[in-house]
Design a protein around this ligand. Structure first.
Ligand code: ACO
Length: 350
């Protein structure tokens, strides 16, 4: 039976470090507030006018491809997860295909926010298992810093997010028990707007309550995607009800991790490493405590990078591997929760 194994991992973190103290120079916040609520000490920002999600992804992918012992010409499918794409369309997948001058392979873009990488991995896994592709490049990359609100109005979100990219190469293996054992994906759109960036968008206010509907324009075909009122109100930044997200995250993380373990007749004590989406240190600690995991069974690096959404799991996975925390035969669980809400897990025997 064909399974997919992780053949190579890579990450790229932009050079520029931004500390909490630096943020407190430009908005009303403090190192103490940020560390106490989120555990974050610093994050990295991409170089404006020089870098983008695709260029960060390129740097991460180069490393993953090299570590997999192949070249870019061997990649036969790209699955690219991001919520900060270079263009509204086309997606980053084709831009990456162009940067590498790859063959005319398919390139799929995934928009599942913090769960983007787990969704992307699950899709890649299916194509390997069916024997369709042999070297799939799975990417998570974000440049949040280009689209955050650096005024006080955005401080609850802005202090959390950072930029970066992670990549893996998935390949088939026939070694019994090795590779992706199972992946589990979920969504619940009841609270889709709780953590969202609504504009620019094509929604015309259809989902919004009466008091938030856009002012109707009498122009026949304009002012819908983004209008002057939204621009004047700076209504084009991410928004979040942090406490509602927290409550749901600490419920769904353990649930979806247990779903993966139970499906494979395994227990938390079998886990060598849980690599959760780095949403917030407090969420990771809550999950660790609830699941009774030892410190060496969970990987957390949000202190250095902040929350990098779709990039957080592949960056953490790569770093854990580089630090020697993942070895052949180890049972590794990836788990995510994020906007949508969407959540998921994947269990991998390394
Ligand atoms: N610095 C200083 N004060 C701030 C900041 C800031 N950066 N942001 C908000 N505040 C203030 C608020 O204005 C408010 O002040 P007030 O009491 O005078 O009105 C006060 O701090 C408390 O605000 P809350 O929004 O209630 O802050 P909370 O204690 O809930 O902490 C946080 C916010 C950290 C976002 C928390 O809700 C949380 O951890 N939520 C989980 C969501 C999360 O981690 N999201 C990450 C992205 S989603 C994902 O990846 C799953």
């Amino acid at each position: 039976m064909i399974q997919s194994k992780v053949a190579g991992v890579g990450k790229y973190i932009p050079e520029k470090t931004v500390t909490n103290d630096e943020l407190s120079q430009i908005m009303d916040t403090s190192d103490a507030w940020i560390q106490e609520r989120t555990g974050i000490k610093e994050r990295h920002y991409a170089k404006r006018y020089e870098e983008s999600s695709t260029t960060l992804a390129y740097n991460a992918a180069k490393i993953a491809i090299e570590r997999a012992g192949i070249t870019a010409k061997d990649i036969d499918f790209i699955v690219f997860a991001t919520i900060t794409p270079d263009y509204y369309f086309p997606g980053c997948g084709v831009l990456l295909q162009r940067m590498f001058d790859m063959n005319e392979i398919p390139a799929l873009d995934i928009r599942n926010q913090c769960s983007g990488f787990v969704y992307a991995l699950s899709i890649a896994d299916q194509f390997i298992k069916t024997g369709t592709y042999k070297n799939v490049l799975v990417i998570g990359a974000e440049v949040h810093s280009f689209g955050l609100d650096f005024s006080n109005a955005g401080r609850n979100i802005t202090v959390i997010f950072g930029d970066g990219a992670g990549a893996i190469v998935l390949q088939p293996t026939e070694k019994p028990g090795q590779g992706v054992l199972s992946a589990h994906l979920h969504s619940d759109g009841k609270n889709a707007e709780i953590l969202s960036m609504l504009n620019p968008g094509f929604h015309c206010g259809v989902w919004l309550p009466e008091d938030q509907k856009p002012v109707k324009s009498d122009k026949p075909y304009a002012d819908v995607f983004i209008n002057q009122e939204q621009i004047a109100k700076h209504d084009f930044y991410p928004q979040m009800d942090g406490q509602a997200v927290f409550k749901k995250a600490v419920e769904k993380f353990p649930e979806v991790i247990m779903e993966a373990l139970t499906r494979n007749n395994l227990e938390t004590s079998d886990l060598a490493l849980l690599v959760p989406h780095q949403a917030n240190l407090r969420i990771c600690q809550f999950v660790q405590h609830k699941m009774k995991l030892r410190d060496d069974q969970i990987f957390v690096n949000i202190q250095k990078y902040g929350n990098t959404t779709a990039a957080s799991i592949p960056i953490a996975l790569c770093e854990a591997w580089e630090e020697g925390r993942i070895k052949e035969g180890d049972l590794v669980c990836l788990a995510s929760f994020g906007s949508g809400f969407t959540w998921g897990s994947a269990l991998i025997r390394w």
